[in-house]
Design a protein around this ligand. Structure first.
Ligand code: ADP
Ligand code: MG
Length: 321
């Protein structure tokens, strides 16, 4: 059933996500009015998902709603900021109530889990494109940045990188016969933004970035912003059970170069590592030490033979093996 634009907004977007006292005016006027906590600065990020570019055509609507918010929450997590408000610019080929119900269910469940509320947006007609702007806040002096890493710092990653890329390959039929395939698909369809970890890391991390383009590519961005390089021990990479069924070499390739994980890659000065591990136990918080920040620029990956794979270009030019 086709809906008018007003009905569509009223039905699906007027009340979406958590309710928050700091929203002085939400959906319905020309702009939202929001109260930022005193002494904190706004953290703002925007990301667009285009059908056929960022997700396969015909992806489940619930996953599209979840991912559109998750990729933005992940950006705030990487800054150590607390998310609060979201805006949604939605371009739809048709106003299909069934699709919109599933889309908003995916968006709203994640929004509620992070106490985020939808405060405005835009709805237009055209090829399926979802743009979410996320707003949050953080004490200015506490925010995590890409630029704070120094040679000698320990390098960590959360979760099990590579799973989402393998999941996408499964979704697209480029990969078959994997045990635990659904677990990998779910890592692509429903990534977990590490918001609580990001907030806690403000007390320990010197640098932080979220992994969207691949571990090597994003570690390189962090390293460049900090004026240094990183060394990754391939043997230390946390590989999930299902990813391991692909064999060690392919599993490592996915972990090093696969995108869409939305995990955090962060650095911690050596003198703070013991405190990090005591106060945020890695079994509970799900992160792993994978290497060290180096004075030499670029990313070096060392395997058990000690062989080095060097990348100074990131994902596009990364040659493995
Ligand atoms: P305007 O023409 O002033 O931009 P619209 O008629 O486009 O306003 O939107 C009416 C209200 O609905 C505004 O408050 C806008 O923020 C909100 N809105 C429109 N589309 C969405 C959406 N997809 N999600 C959330 N809010 C939306
Ligand atoms: Mg207006």
């Amino acid at each position: 059933m086709a809906l008018s634009e007003f009905d569509l907004i009223d039905r699906f977007f007027r009340h979406c996500g958590a309710s928050r006292a700091d929203v002085r005016l939400g959906v319905g006027d020309d702009a939202a009015l929001l109260a930022c906590p005193p002494g904190e600065v706004l953290a703002a990020a925007v990301d667009t998902l285009v059908e056929g570019v960022h997700f396969p055509p015909g992806s489940p609507a619930e996953s599209i709603g979840h991912r559109a918010l998750a990729v933005n929450l992940s950006d705030l997590a990487a800054m150590g900021a607390r998310p609060a408000w979201a805006l949604l610019a939605l371009t739809l080929p048709s106003a299909d109530a069934t699709w919109l119900s599933a889309f908003t269910a995916g968006f709203a469940a994640l929004a509620e889990a992070h106490a985020v509320t939808l405060v405005g947006g835009d709805t237009t007609h055209g090829p399926l494109t979802v743009t979410v702007t996320i707003l949050g806040h953080v004490a200015a002096t506490d925010a995590l940045r890409r630029s704070g890493a120094a040679p000698g710092d320990a390098l960590f990653v959360s979760g099990t990188p590579g799973d989402a890329a393998a999941g996408l390959a499964l979704e697209q039929g480029r990969l078959q016969g994997v045990e635990g395939a659904q677990q990998l698909r779910d890592r692509f369809l429903f990534p977990t933004p590490r918001v609580a970890l990001g907030e806690r890391l403000r007390a320990y991390a010197s640098g932080c970035i979220d992994v969207s383009d691949g571990l090597v590519a994003d570690a390189l961005k962090l390293a460049r912003a900090s004026g240094c390089g990183v060394e990754i021990a391939a043997t230390a990479l946390p590989l999930s059970g299902p990813l391991r069924t692909l064999g060690l070499k392919r599993a490592r390739d996915f972990a090093l170069t696969g995108g869409d994980d939305y995990e955090l890659c962060f650095t911690v000065p050596l003198e703070r590592v013991a405190r990090l591990q005591a106060e945020l136990p890695c079994e509970q918080w799900g992160y792993t030490r994978i290497g060290t920040v180096s004075a030499e620029s670029g990313v070096r990956v060392r395997d058990e033979e000690g062989a080095l794979t060097v990348s100074s270009e990131g994902y596009d030019h990364f040659v493995s093996g």
